[in-house]
Write a protein that binds this ligand. Structure first.
Ligand SMILES: Cc1cc2nc3c(=O)[nH]c(=O)nc-3n(C[C@H](O)[C@H](O)[C@H](O)COP(=O)(O)O)c2cc1C
Length: 358
């Protein structure tokens, strides 16, 4: 039988009706870092996706690096997220939460003057998006081993909070140049202790975080996101094929719900990415694989039919097409995403994209 995007799939503890996944999408519409009713409307509109991975959500105040992103480290946030998960469940959807620590992609203005944290005191090129506009990144504080242990604890607490907030699972954000990715890659990790140097040492923090959060949730309700070819946020590694093959191999031991890979994007290639081919990690990883990054309907169909991935996540297409499943099924035209309303703002460019039924 040929597998299509509409062939049901078991992902960890869940039977999902299709293989279209809503990618995690930061939309910066959570004033005071608390989720809103408008966010519930937005996610409910997209509940026909086989799985929604809700936007990156900080596990702790120091894990924050953008204005108006939601958190999952206090009771108000848990209560607010619960309204969203209840609404998505009432609409028949499944929703995971992406757990986020930005690491060095932050600014002292978010932290009462305190430095952002990272594996090593290496300043990324570029600017932080702060409440008062763009400001150059600063040289971060290199975490001590004791501070790393406290950070793992923050992940475990956030995982417990996500459970209390009624999510179906969590995705560990280890992609796109944020804290866990910073530890993985030798461009940002130049530690000389057990968290730096060898591939095994650089992967240690991610694997310890995964152990901590699967201890809370069970492995069949936990996914991990990696961006092996990513250059975003000034990321680089001398040998990503070896690094990410090792990580995929170690993750096999957990029996996770899924591994979620961001493919090389156009921008990565422009920035000279050393591309890790999907085929390499498909071989290295033995469980359910979700792939993301510039996929349209035809390429997604082909990728799933060829068995290169089990499901496909869509970012920009899900921003603009709440009924993406229906549109794909009918080969209907797609709405165009408006980049000006991606980050921050109101319902405009957020909950007002029309469905076919409108
Ligand atoms: C507005 C916007 C916000 C994003 N926020 C996140 C995020 O919170 N977490 C994450 O892992 N990736 C994030 N991404 C990356 C997407 O999940 C996805 O990997 C990327 O957009 C490529 O997929 P696409 O070509 O289908 O859009 C974001 C992308 C966009 C455009």
């Amino acid at each position: 039988m040929t597998i299509s995007l509409y062939t049901p799939i078991t992902v960890g503890a869940y039977q999902l009706p299709n293989r279209l996944v809503m990618a995690p999408l930061t939309r910066m519409r959570a004033p005071d870092n608390i989720p809103t009713e408008l966010m519930a409307t937005y996610y409910v509109q997209r509940a026909t996706a086989g799985l929604i991975i809700a936007e990156a959500t900080q596990i702790s105040p120091i894990g924050r690096g953008y204005p108006n992103t939601p958190g999952i480290h206090n009771d108000l946030q848990v209560t607010a997220w619960k309204q969203i998960t209840d609404a998505v469940h009432a609409a028949g959807g499944h929703i995971f939460l992406q757990l986020w620590h930005v690491g060095r992609i932050s600014h002292p203005d978010f932290h009462n003057g305190q430095l952002p944290v990272a594996p090593s005191a290496i300043k990324p090129a570029g600017n932080a998006i702060t409440p008062t506009g763009m400001q150059p990144f600063v040289t971060p504080h290199a975490l001590s081993v004791a501070e790393i242990a406290a950070t793992i604890d923050d992940y475990a607490k956030a995982a417990k909070n996500a459970l209390a907030a009624g999510f179906d699972g969590i995705e560990v954000h280890s992609a796109n140049g944020y804290l866990l990715d910073e530890f993985l890659r030798d461009g940002s990790n130049q530690r000389t202790d057990e968290y730096g140097g060898t591939v095994a040492n650089r992967a240690r923090l991610l694997l310890e975080v995964v152990a901590a959060v699967t201890g809370v949730w069970g492995a069949d309700r936990v996914g991990v996101r990696l961006s092996p070819s990513g250059t975003f946020n000034d990321m680089a590694d001398s040998d990503p094929v070896t690094l990410f093959s090792y990580v995929a191999g170690e993750l096999n031991g957990f029996n996770l719900a899924y591994l979620h890979l961001v493919d090389a994007l156009e921008g990565d290639i422009r920035h000279g990415a050393k591309v890790v081919a999907l085929e390499v990690l498909r071989k290295a990883y033995h469980g359910t694989l979700i792939v993301c990054g510039g996929y349209g309907q035809e390429r997604a169909e082909r990728t799933v039919a060829e068995g290169l991935a089990d499901a496909v996540a869509f970012g920009q297409l899900y921003i603009a097409n709440p009924d993406l499943v229906e549109r794909f099924k009918r080969n209907a035209p797609l709405n165009t995403p408006d980049v000006n309303t991606f980050y921050g703002g109101t319902e405009i460019g957020y909950t007002d994209y029309p469905t076919l039924a409108d």
